[in-house]
Design a protein around this ligand. Structure first.
Ligand code: NAD
Ligand code: UDP
Length: 315
């Protein structure tokens, strides 16, 4: 039985990861400051004696004896990471330093949840890990993009200098149950709007693209990376679904699947919103023998069922 620390354990991805690690017979410690996460996501795990939830902010040091660390703590939705931009940088940078320090002292292997945002508004399409990206250092997304870029640098430097065992995944847009209904990201927004027959808010003309990955595929990708025994394979490795859709196509698909009466409305495109995004997953296929299995329609139907139940219970 491994003792595994999950920062951001009460968030969307963290809650699914804690559940999987517990199901595999590990002891799990979830750290969260509940900025965007919620106890509701993990309440079903509380009866398990091998699960511990600790209210803690990773910008402060944390001490525990652990075998592995998954560093997921950081708001991921643009409206949330822009709410307190300085805090977002602190979470990415000080949080990484604190967790890497813990890994160094305990000898734990540590995983970093990096992001496709390190590619910025990419000029190369699809994006391979070798692409250095096109990121504005002073825009409204920079607190997140640059924070995550420095975190990658810190991880690799702790590995080079202190031999800390690291694994870095660049996660592409992921969706599924346990997203907050007011999370602000596109899939949850469109589903919640459609289920309530409210206007669907497309920012810009809807021609920008994203590649959407269902949560179960992501969890299998990041655990395959962490459990990969080749200590020299540290990443960064893209974990995403290469299926690429325009935001307008996504809106139409959600309206169709929910049988909604919603109208599409167009609103201003936020500053620095990337025009296109699609992972090149050649590396993950080769090194991890991993690729996503869940099509957009199948994943959307599961997510719609989740939000439908949630909205009914709220009424
Ligand atoms: P989320 O907002 O649902 O979860 C983040 C969790 O971290 C929340 O529970 C929040 O309360 C917690 N948190 C935030 N700041 C903290 C701090 N200073 N100390 C302790 N806890 C803190 O987001 P998510 O989608 O689950 O994302 C998890 C991780 O994956 C993030 O690091 C994010 O950057 C990365 N990621 C996610 C996506 C995606 O599409 N979901 C894509 C790329 C990268
Ligand atoms: N978006 C949109 N309507 C919404 C929320 C988002 O049109 O209600 C757009 C957003 O401008 C972006 C895309 O959908 O082009 C994905 O946005 P999200 O916030 O989910 O993720 P990110 O931009 O970080 O990939």
């Amino acid at each position: 039985m491994k003792k595994i620390l999950v920062t951001g354990g009460a968030g969307f991805i963290g809650s699914h990861l804690c559940e999987k690690l517990l199901n595999e017979g590990n002891e799990v410690l979830a750290l969260d400051n509940f900025f965007t996460g919620s106890k509701n996501n993990i309440v079903h795990l509380m009866d398990n004696s091998y699960f511990e939830l600790i209210r803690h902010d990773i910008t402060m040091p944390f001490m525990a004896e652990v075998d592995e660390i998954y560093n997921l703590a950081c708001p991921a939705s643009p409206i949330h990471y822009q709410y307190n931009a300085i805090k977002t940088v602190k979470t990415s940078v000080l949080g990484a330093i604190n967790m890497l320090g813990l890994a160094k002292r305990t000898g734990a292997k540590i995983f970093q949840a990096s992001t496709s945002e390190v590619y910025g508004d990419p000029k190369i399409h699809p994006q391979p890990e070798t692409y250095w990206g096109n990121v504005n250092t002073i825009g409204i997304r920079s607190c997140y993009d640059e924070g995550k870029r420095v975190a990658e640098t810190l991880f690799v430097d702790y590995h080079r200098q202190n031999k800390v065992r690291i694994k870095i995944a660049r996660i592409f847009n992921t969706y599924g149950p346990n997203m907050h209904p007011n999370d602000g990201r596109v899939v949850s927004n469109f589903i919640v709007q459609s289920l309530q027959n409210e206007d669907i808010t497309i920012y810009g003309n809807g021609e920008q693209t994203r590649s959407f990955q269902y949560i179960d595929d992501l969890i299998s990708g990041i655990t395959s990376l962490m459990n990969n025994t080749d200590e020299d394979f540290i990443g960064p490795v893209n974990i995403g679904n290469p299926g690429e859709f325009t935001i307008l196509e996504l809106a139409q698909k959600v309206i169709e699947l929910t049988n909604s009466k919603s109208k599409i409305i167009f609103m201003p495109l936020p500053e620095d919103d990337p025009l296109q995004r699609k992972p090149d997953i050649t590396l993950a296929k080769k090194e991890l023998k991993w690729e996503p299995k869940i099509d957009l329609e199948v994943g959307l139907l599961k997510t719609i069922a989740y939000f439908d139940k949630l909205l009914i219970s709220k009424k």
